[in-house]
Design a protein around this ligand. Structure first.
Ligand SMILES: Cc1cc2nc3c(=O)[nH]c(=O)nc-3n(C[C@H](O)[C@H](O)[C@H](O)COP(=O)(O)OP(=O)(O)OC[C@H]3O[C@@H](n4cnc5c(N)ncnc54)[C@H](O)[C@@H]3O)c2cc1C
Length: 431
């Protein structure tokens, strides 16, 4: 395993992000002795850093990322912030555990909304809900089951007729669609830049600074090439590379997913994607595509998964173009201006790796495919755990964050590939 993920592609979101909201970036050079060192400047790391500043206003905090800002998964995501776990197809746990998932998402949304509005972070924050669409009989079944659940809870939604689907989404292949109010859409690279740029001055951010070694002690020592950081407390928020430092190896796996963004489209092409200037849709099928029509006159298409390894750029591009052309045959061109992959850490039972790993070492990982709100809320809670600030949400988080054991290779690969094939076969059978 590598210490960090050197992506072969750049995030399209980061390429088009406004220059004005970018955080200041510099590489670590020299040695440091500080109280807190956080490894990973994604949503989890940014949240831990911000909350630690509130709880320890007099201490210096170092926040390190291997890549440039917004080049990790945070800046590669699709920007959906669903704030109800029970409005997802893939709901983990039942009863109180599912309520805890929703409590986490809502806490993340509340805090993020507060940060974004109080610091005037420009990230195209759009509180416009989202669509859930299906293109197969399997997806339609999943959607029906979801609607029955929403009915039982009295949660609002709007079912679209086939005329509505055509006028609102222009999705030729889509057979069923429902709109839900519980989702904010954002430009993810602008959001993470904004979160990093508005951290208090006591946080020293170093990007392009991969941590390649941990020597446990009192203090602990982190190495970034020749540079060393001695820290009383180390917090790992480094997503898929947590096992490199000896934690979570049998609790999380790495999966890559892929996205493409078109160039700016002419008005007649945008019209084929529905009337509104922007919308977002997630699939009812577990391996389906996520799509967004963007205010920036582009179209985003996220689809496909691979286990452990990022596909090569040419293959990413070809696979995405192929699927885009099948789903949107009405478009004149299926060229993307940017395509990229991003890594996700997943646990067997969909709960995060959260809390104390050993003396003065903490970790937060495993977003399980959606982590903007979740890792923000959990990052805040992790800082509170470190400071000994208790709450019901923290107690619930400690209770439920118990990721199940995952067997080592080669059984692991066999099991993952078997599950992927099973899902694909089920989709084909029910297409
Ligand atoms: C294509 C795609 C679409 C997605 N869409 C959505 C979506 O619509 N909504 C949603 O909620 N989530 C989505 N996600 C998931 C979301 O991106 C993640 O849940 C989120 O980024 C996880 O936050 P994190 O802080 O845990 O990890 P990351 O954002 O990955 O941050 C971890 C950071 O640690 C750094 N790092 C790793 N190793 C080292 C090291 N050795 N030294 C220093 N730094 C290191 C990495 O460079 C990285 O920047 C998507 C992900 C992908 C890939």
């Amino acid at each position: 395993m590598q210490a960090y993920t050197p992506y072969a592609t750049a995030s399209g979101w980061n390429q088009i992000a406004k220059a004005s909201g970018r955080c200041h970036e510099k590489k670590l050079s020299g040695n440091l002795r500080i109280k807190f060192a956080i490894v990973g400047a994604g949503f989890a790391g940014a949240a831990v850093a911000r909350r630690l500043c509130e709880l320890y206003p007099d201490d210096e905090i170092v926040l390190l990322d291997a890549l440039s800002a917004a080049e990790g998964s945070a800046g590669r995501s699709s920007g959906f912030m669903l704030d109800r776990a029970d409005a997802k197809i893939d709901v983990r746990g039942a009863g109180p555990e599912s309520d805890w998932h929703t409590d986490i998402l809502q806490a993340g949304r509340e805090w993020l909304e507060h940060i974004v509005s109080s610091h005037h972070i420009r990230c195209d924050w759009r509180d416009i809900g989202h669509y859930k669409t299906s293109t197969t009989a399997l997806g339609a079944k999943e959607l029906d089951a979801l609607l029955a659940k929403l009915d039982a809870k009295g949660m609002p939604y709007r079912q679209l007729s086939s005329d509505d689907i055509r006028t609102e989404l222009g999705a030729a292949q889509c057979t069923n669609a429902v709109w839900f109010p519980n989702c904010v859409l954002i430009q993810p690279a602008e959001l993470i830049h904004g979160l990093l740029a508005t951290l208090p001055a006591q946080v020293k951010l170093y990007t392009g600074s991969p941590v390649d070694r941990l020597d446990r002690g009192a203090p602990h020592t982190l190495s970034v090439g020749q540079n060393q950081i001695q820290a009383d407390t180390v917090i790992f928020c480094n997503n898929v590379t947590l096992p490199f430092f000896g934690y979570g190896k049998y609790r999380q796996i790495t999966v890559y997913t892929y996205a493409g963004m078109t160039p700016e489209l002419p008005a007649e092409e945008l019209d084929k994607l529905g009337q509104a200037s922007d919308w977002g849709a997630t699939p009812a099928e577990r391996l389906g595509a996520t799509t967004r029509k963007l205010n920036s006159r582009r179209f985003l298409f996220r689809a496909g998964f691979s286990y452990k390894k990022e596909l090569v750029p040419g293959d990413i591009n070809a696979a995405l173009r192929d699927q885009y052309a099948k789903k949107y045959p009405q478009m004149k061109s299926h060229q993307f201006e940017y395509t990229w992959g991003g890594a996700l850490s997943m646990t067997r039972n969909g709960v995060p790796i959260f809390g104390k790993m050993s003396e003065n070492i903490y970790a937060l990982s495993a977003c399980n495919a959606s982590g903007i709100l979740k890792m923000t809320a959990l990052g805040k809670l992790l800082a509170e755990e470190i400071a000994g600030v208790g709450s019901r949400l923290l107690a619930d988080t400690e209770r439920y964050s118990k990721p199940l054991w995952i067997p080592p290779e080669p059984i692991r690969s066999l099991a993952v590939n078997y599950n992927f094939s099973k899902l694909k076969r089920k989709m084909r059978e029910e297409a």
